[in-house]
Design a protein around this ligand. Structure first.
Ligand code: FES
Ligand SMILES: [Fe+2]
Length: 361
């Protein structure tokens, strides 16, 4: 096989690099960080977002700029029912309806019924808050489901990668960097590299496309599982567009579920969230250690991705090889399909077919 057969241009990122899939759920924050009757400010896809929890405990989200003069609404007062802008006291309910414009006499326009703050979809499940900032709200399926181990994650950590979403997602899913980037006593060594063959299947969850690395025995050189589950489990990994990875590992006795979700804050910053669920009593005692190991691991990924970002700034020719880079190809292929389906106002079709991939790691 020659080089051009191994890397065909239409399977790389041309055309879709840097574009966002807007009509999708993005991870915003762990649910326990949002108290009733409070709001927080976030940036998602470059949009200012106010996320709040009302007096009844329901999560909601509004564009965090006042329709009057643009002040951040999240800097105002929220009484559990309405947000009051700190500048001129215009009030908005949790659906974005304006309920008061204190400066207006009765005969003047606008009146509250003429004004609306934009509302975004918000979804709370399994201890996570997801936000959908797209315009096509009616087409939004449910936020990603995690194979459930209770509604409160054992651990959440997040880190900002100073790069765009594509680089963060593709960098994290890469299967061949472990021995080089995560070289440490607790993880993998170069000497442990061996050939692996994994089978993959397409996934379509209510129109959200992705793929799955089918259930298989976890790698012999993966010491993290030994630390967490005390043995070598079977594991299954699901990727959902645009930026969700769900890992489900079980020894039969104990189970671990890891959710990794990347949220584009803007074109140059991506927040990576890692949420862990487990039912291993001993692991809960080891939580501070697990947090430290997971943080170091994520930071190694961050530094690797930034080195790639710095190289790519020179716009070099690059290649996505088979099979080690096939998942990166799938990511771009699915991204193109989702964008094309959106433009044509049709349901996206998963172009991935079941196959096995072989690489050494
Ligand atoms: S800017 Fe918000 S009320 Fe005037
Ligand atoms: Fe990694």
């Amino acid at each position: 096989m020659n080089l051009s057969e191994q890397t065909s241009a239409e399977e790389t990122d041309r055309g879709v690099a840097g574009q966002w899939l807007r009509n999708a759920w993005y991870y915003a924050m762990p649910a326990h960080n949002l108290k009733p009757r409070s709001t927080v400010h976030r940036t998602i896809l470059g949009e200012p977002v106010l996320i709040g929890r009302d007096a009844a405990g329901e999560v909601f989200a509004l564009r965090d700029t006042c329709p009057h003069r643009g002040t951040l609404l999240s800097r105002g007062v929220f009484d559990g029912h309405e947000v009051e802008c700190p500048y001129h006291g215009w009030r908005f309910d949790t659906a974005g309806r304006c309920t008061a414009i204190p400066s207006q006499a009765a005969h003047q326009r606008p009146q509250p019924s003429d004004v609306r703050a934009e509302a975004f979809l918000a979804d709370e499940r399994h201890g996570n808050i997801w936000i959908h900032v797209g315009r096509n709200r009616t087409a939004a399926g449910p936020a990603p489901e995690v194979p459930i181990l209770g509604d409160r994650p054992q651990l959440h950590l997040s880190m900002v990668f100073e790069c765009d979403l594509d680089l963060a997602v593709v960098g994290l899913m890469d299967p061949a960097h472990g021995a080089f980037v995560h070289r440490s006593a607790l993880w993998r060594s170069k000497a442990s590299i061996h050939e692996k063959t994994k089978s993959f299947s397409p996934v379509d969850r209510d129109g959200t496309l992705g793929w799955r690395m089918d259930r298989h025995a976890a790698s012999r050189n993966s010491r993290a599982y030994q630390l967490l589950l005390g043995g070598r489990p079977e594991t299954e990994i699901t990727y959902l567009m645009p930026s969700v990875r769900i890992e489900h590992a079980t020894t039969g006795r104990y189970t671990y579920c890891g959710l990794t979700a990347c949220t584009p804050l803007d074109a140059k910053r991506t927040e990576v969230h890692h949420v862990m669920y487990w039912d291993v009593p001993l692991a809960s005692l080891l939580k501070p250690l697990i947090r430290r190991v997971a943080w170091n691991f994520l930071d190694q990924d961050r530094r690797a991705v930034l080195m790639m970002r710095d190289g790519l700034a020179f716009d070099p020719p690059t290649m996505l090889i088979r099979d080690a880079d096939t998942q990166a190809r799938w990511y771009f292929r699915l991204k193109r399909e989702v964008l094309a389906a959106e433009a044509a106002n049709r349901r996206p079709q998963n172009p991935i077919t079941s196959m096995t991939l072989t690489w050494r790691s």
